[in-house]
Ligand binder design. Structure first.
Ligand SMILES: NC(=O)c1ccc[n+]([C@@H]2O[C@H](COP(=O)([O-])OP(=O)(O)OC[C@H]3O[C@@H](n4cnc5c(N)ncnc54)[C@H](OP(=O)(O)O)[C@@H]3O)[C@@H](O)[C@H]2O)c1
Length: 375
């Protein structure tokens, strides 16, 4: 590999966010060593297909010594560093399994994995770590959430959130030592690319959209006004806000910070500064799918008796109901400052953008087609 370019060791590049970060790091002229899980051949083919979809010729990058693919996994299979000095680590790999089920995840990857990565950094004299966490390490508070560590363990709804909070606390200890520089990125819910709506992940927002599309098919006929009436009580208040962040914006901030040392050593909320309200989302969903009949009610009422349509929707969403029903605001001043100096602007989620996300997801049959294409 060439001597002059800075080398970034990246985990999680076959993931939704990771492949956008990889693209942006390469575009910013960094040399990237991407750790892929075994078998390397299969992971490399998958990554090549994902990168092609977002305009990167992986083969050309490898040929020009800009990209090196190495096999490894967390916690125990981190690679031997045979590519020369590593300037920084971008830790993006994670288990997104929400609840532990006996397979040791999400703790094994998210806590043990991060701890091994910290040891790996120390062994290889890497003093800069960029770690992707989640905005929901704050648990379920109300009010303003600052871009600081949450020192006292919050109440968590899922093992995943707790695992990311514990990982942050180990990273924070490392960040306080010697000349180490720690930068943490906390996305809210990642959604597809700002322009095309492209996504490789169809959880959360997309599952909800899919459920709504199923309701359109299952409940009631089309009325004279062209709409389908689905009476549905929705837990939450119309004025509460939901936070989604486009994957390309999140990746662009990470790459900008990797490239500019002055932006490092902070926590970044990769969150929407003016998130849509539940009321807006409801009206966009209803317009997109040609429905009406939804109304917001108190959460406790929905926990009681449900219609079949309500069961279809909310049994899937037990875990996120508390999020939907809380009103809190992520402070994102650090992200706004990094965006400003990097010439980036937060792409507000408008009706048009939301429709483009839904168009892409529907064309990919809510994940089935995308998975087939990539495999
Ligand atoms: N998606 C969201 O809405 C969201 C929201 C907030 C924060 N985040 C955070 O953003 C980061 C990226 O998430 P994502 O949505 O891109 O996840 P993703 O699509 O599920 O990708 C996860 C990546 O981690 C790799 N990985 C998982 N377990 C591993 C292990 N034990 N060893 C090595 N690699 C492993 C996966 O490799 P394989 O491809 O081989 O499985 C994949 O590359 C994570 O840190 C996540 O916690 C995500």
């Amino acid at each position: 590999m060439s001597e002059q370019l800075s080398t970034t060791f990246l985990t999680g590049s076959t993931g939704f966010l990771g492949h956008f970060i990889l693209r942006d790091l390469l575009q910013r002229g960094r040399r990237v060593v991407a750790m892929l899980r075994s078998p390397l051949g299969e992971s490399s083919r998958r990554l090549a297909a994902m990168l092609r979809r977002i305009g990167v010729d992986m083969g050309a990058m490898i040929e020009r010594d800009r990209l090196l693919l190495v096999e490894g996994s967390m916690p125990d299979g981190l690679p031997r560093c045979e590519w020369g000095p590593t300037h920084e680590i971008v830790s993006c790999a994670a288990s997104l399994q929400l609840l532990s089920n006996g397979n040791q995840e999400p703790y094994r990857t998210n806590i043990d994995g991060v701890c091994r990565l910290i040891e790996w950094a120390d062994r290889h004299e890497v003093t800069r770590i960029h770690a992707v966490s989640t905005a929901y390490v704050c648990g379920w508070p109300t009010g303003e959430i600052p871009e600081t560590f949450h020192e006292i363990e919050p109440h968590f709804q899922t093992d995943y959130e707790r695992s990311k909070w514990v990982a942050e606390s180990f990273l924070a200890q490392w960040g306080r030592q010697n000349s180490n520089v720690l930068t943490i990125y906390r996305p809210s819910f990642l959604v597809g690319d700002t322009v095309s709506g492209y996504t490789t992940q169809f959880n959360g927002f997309y599952q909800l959209a899919r459920m709504i599309s199923l309701m359109k098919e299952q409940y009631g006929g089309v009325e004279d006004n062209g709409l389908t009436y689905v009476p549905l009580r929705l837990p939450g208040r119309a004025d509460d806000r939901q936070n989604f962040v486009p994957v390309d914006f999140a990746a662009a901030i990470v790459a900008a910070c990797v490239n500019k040392p002055a932006l490092q050593g902070r926590i970044y909320h990769l969150t929407d500064p003016t998130p849509p309200t539940n009321g807006q989302l409801k009206s966009w969903f209803e317009e997109y799918f040609g429905l009406h009949g939804g109304r917001f009610i108190d959460q406790d009422v929905v926990n009681g008796e449900r219609s079949s349509a309500e069961s279809l929707l909310w049994e899937q969403y037990e875990l996120i109901v508390p999020r939907v029903c809380r009103d809190f605001e992520f402070i994102s001043a650090n992200t706004a400052a990094a965006a400003a100096v990097s010439g980036l602007e937060y792409p507000t989620l408008t009706r048009k953008r939301m429709f483009s996300l839904l168009d892409y997801a529907a064309s990919a049959r809510w994940g089935q087609r995308a998975n087939r294409l990539i495999a």
